[in-house]
Design a binder for this molecule. Structure first.
Ligand SMILES: [Zn+2]
Length: 245
């Protein structure tokens, strides 16, 4: 089974690109993806719940919802996150880009995630210090480091350090989406184990076209010099285990 662990109903790009459940499932069918973790970002927590709820209601056997955590002036967000997790959402997405992840922003979310036993998929944009602090201070929170630490990162020593964070903390998983140095995914598997490395498309993406983009991400895993059983684990087994599906 192939499970995409990182798929956007709404992206964090400048345009705030949105994709419908139909568009996402169409790409999944064409690329051979069985299930996808879906979430919206660059929007309120409440709206992220609405978007994912609508998508999952239409494709309950294909789509797996995460809720987006973003502080709000008008209303507290933690109860919204908790309601979503109690109502069938599987995890939390949080991103350093829309709101810096200082302690008062990240820590209440990490406490809630531990209490609810829900993973936090976090885009750290290369902020190694924050990754180390959260991994160390929240041993009961399952932290998924997006993009091996930095989206399309080419700073090999930095990516190496993020892999080390997962090596030293068994509450840390590595998301292999949006990775250009594919050999670092193999490095992560060798050092951390395939059970804690997970494949994702970070799509849909229009170039060259959404299906080719998804197929390329799968191919990137299949081309790695790792055991076939490890490829299967990265392509779906690891997220399946993490989410206890
Ligand atoms: Zn993403």
């Amino acid at each position: 089974m192939i499970i995409d662990s990182h798929c956007h109903l709404k992206h964090g790009d400048a345009e705030g690109t949105e994709y419908s459940a139909d568009e996402i499932v169409e790409v999944m069918d064409a690329a051979g993806i069985d299930r996808s973790v879906v979430f919206a970002m660059q929007t309120t927590t409440r709206r992220s719940i609405e978007l994912a709820s609508v998508a999952v209601a239409k494709y309950p056997d294909r789509l797996i919802p995460y809720v987006y955590a973003l502080p709000h002036y008008d209303r507290p967000v933690l109860p919204e996150l908790q309601d979503a997790l109690e109502g069938g959402f599987f995890g939390i997405k949080i991103h350093i880009g829309e709101c810096r992840l200082r302690e008062h922003i990240s820590d209440p979310v990490f406490d809630l995630a531990a209490a609810m036993d829900a993973p936090v998929l976090m885009d750290l944009a290369g902020d190694l210090g924050t990754a180390k602090r959260l991994a160390r201070d929240f041993p009961d929170t399952k932290l998924i480091i997006a993009h091996l630490g930095q989206y399309k990162g080419t700073n090999e020593p930095l990516i190496d350090e993020f892999i080390s964070v997962a090596e030293h903390h068994d509450n840390v998983w590595l998301d292999a989406s949006g990775v250009v140095m594919a050999y670092m995914i193999a490095e992560a598997v060798n050092r951390v184990g395939a059970e804690r490395v997970m494949f994702g498309i970070d799509g849909p993406h229009p170039k060259p076209d959404p299906v080719s983009y998804a197929e390329y991400a799968i191919k990137q895993i299949n081309m790695l010099k790792i055991a076939d059983s490890d490829k299967e684990m990265v392509l779906g087994g690891s997220v399946q285990r993490l989410l206890e599906m």
